[in-house]
Design a protein around this ligand. Sequence first.
Ligand SMILES: Cc1cc2nc3c(=O)[nH]c(=O)nc-3n(C[C@H](O)[C@H](O)[C@H](O)COP(=O)(O)O)c2cc1C
Length: 299
Amino acid sequence: MLETSIAGLRLKHPVMNASGILGSEPEHLEILAKQGFSALVSKTITLNPREGYPPPIIVELRNNGLLNAVGLANPGARVIPVLARKARELSKPLILSIGGSSVEEFVKLAELASEAGVDAVELNLSCPHAEGYGLELGSDPMLVYRIVKDVVSVASLPVIAKLGLTDRVIESAGKALEAGVKALTLINTVKAMSIDVYTLKPVLSNKYGGLSGPPIHPIAVRVVYDVYREYRAEIIGVGGVSSWMDVAELMLAGARAVQVGTALIWNENIVDEILSGLHKWLIDLGYNSLMDLVGIAVM
Ligand SMILES: Cc1cc2nc3c(=O)[nH]c(=O)nc-3n(C[C@H](O)[C@H](O)[C@H](O)COP(=O)(O)O)c2cc1C
């Protein structure tokens, strides 16, 4: 009833974790597997280790959102075979999120991911707070095309592009598809800022951060809707999912799978809660398969 497929991966249900909340160490994959995610997504891995920014790097906001500028802290490419081995041990598909500041770095990481036998790579073209990485690349549709084209030419696995909110997200999505991605992940955190009214300065050490959690959910729904309407592409929807209704909305807008990030911090039963809610929803509507509802709100 809840089975789905995305980028050639057949999944028991549509709920995977979003990159970055956990997923840079094998122990994190164990925690995520226990929570019941159908596929595991790693933290974004870069070629060399990155320390990230000094604290403060995360702030809880008054509107239930979270603002972070972790700065893509990760152990570097040495961890790729370790994560691949752990995911196999857990019998879960592994989507390796990779990030680079050049076409060459993405290509090298995709080669390493292919060699390690991960199930798919997700190209982080959307982190809004790491200089030279992420959104700075993903907001240029021609650069998206070049990165994806070169990665697809060396990778013997499905390639997914994760794009974020920019004025040109629909164009970037089109270029990623034209260059050969099997699916798109939409969206990443939204570039934002919080200011401490007593220190009179931005709260985060990096000043700018990425907004996540419930406040960005309607933005994610809108972007998924627009990209699906334009290309009928395979989409993984992400942004502010904290209940089954949020998943349902993203799927009606065109997503075949979803990712959960911020809500994981507060609710370790989130996967079970979402799955039982979706199950009941399908019965209430008289549908046999979740896949029959994908994109049906799109006109
Ligand atoms: C603390 C934190 C770290 C994150 N790290 C990454 C990352 O390494 N790579 C990435 O593609 N997205 C990263 N994200 C973004 C999430 O994967 C997701 O796209 C975003 O948070 C929106 O989903 P949510 O509202 O469910 O959290 C991070 C988000 C948070 C809150």
